[in-house]
Ligand binder design. Structure first.
Ligand code: ADP
Ligand code: MG
Length: 252
């Protein structure tokens, strides 16, 4: 192939928005020539390079848009440290089927039990499965909502949240809400009911949610919707960090 043909071909691929194919072309052509690879196999490899690059770009875009504070993955979560965890359920959640079914997930348990780690890891898996995901702390979401209302862009923010297929809401229960704040949060959660998934981590048992939301009637309505068909994971084991530091101490 002449250099002119190569350049023209690369330009065509770029015009067709096949930029990874344009980048791989030269190398793969050379490889094909050297190894006597046929047209069919060459084309297969060339198209595979485009697909792979698109999948990688899509994953990094999903992860960037999800705004995870820390990229805690499934691979770094030590299942052996939490023998009480229902591993079958956890693996099932990693497939993302619960998102297709618009089911919610609630992690209940005290601080340090790995709730945020698990929710982040499942959020990253959701991104891998190409679900539009957003991670936010309760505190962060409430602030976003209050600000949006002040700037008169609340509807836009609510619509943006409604478009996410999975919203991970971390740390419900550490800070009680004002009446306005709980109503706004209620609006976000109620609007997602059976339309999109919410994954919540909380240190509060359901009986204590009224303390956070204030209004018992609203709290009952919220709990009713949130827990309907939800996967509930009770993390009633000891803090991972505590266990680690006790183990460290026993070594000395
Ligand atoms: P929680 O949200 O329940 O308070 P975190 O998810 O923040 O707990 O966990 C506390 C710390 O312990 C984090 O650094 C987390 O990565 C780590 N951790 C907790 N459980 C595990 C586990 N089973 N395997 C590996 N790291 C864990
Ligand atoms: Mg946490």
């Amino acid at each position: 192939m002449t250099i002119g043909t190569l350049m023209e071909l690369q330009a065509n691929l770029k015009m067709l928005n096949l930029s990874q194919m344009a980048r791989s072309l030269d190398g793969l052509l050379r490889q094909a020539r050297e190894n006597g690879i046929g047209y069919d196999e060459f084309l297969l490899e060339l198209t595979a390079s485009e697909l792979q690059s698109r999948a990688e770009n899509r994953l990094s875009r999903r992860i960037r848009e999800a705004k995870f504070p820390l990229l805690k993955s499934l691979e770094t979560f030590d299942l052996a440290a939490v023998p009480e965890l229902d591993i079958r359920l956890f693996r099932d959640l990693a497939t993302g089927d619960f998102i297709k079914e618009h089911r919610n997930v609630i992690f209940l348990g005290r601080s340090g039990t790995g709730k945020t780690h698990m929710a982040t890891a499942l959020g990253i898996e959701a991104c891998r499965n190409n679900f539009r995901t957003r991670f936010v702390t309760c505190y962060g979401l409430v602030n976003e909502l209050i600000e949006a209302r002040q700037e008169k862009i609340l509807q836009r923010l609510l619509q943006r949240y409604a478009r996410h297929e999975l919203v991970v809401l971390d740390e419900l229960g550490y800070i009680p809400f004002s009446k306005e704040e709980s109503e706004l949060l209620f609006q976000v959660l109620a609007e997602r009911h059976e339309k999109g998934s919410v994954m919540i981590t909380t240190n509060l048992g359901f009986a204590d949610w009224t303390q956070i939301f204030g209004d018992p009637v609203m709290t009952a309505a919220l709990l009713d919707r949130l827990t309907h068909k939800a996967r509930i994971i009770n993390c009633n084991w000891d803090s991972y960090r505590l266990k680690q530091s006790l183990r460290e101490k026993s070594k000395h």
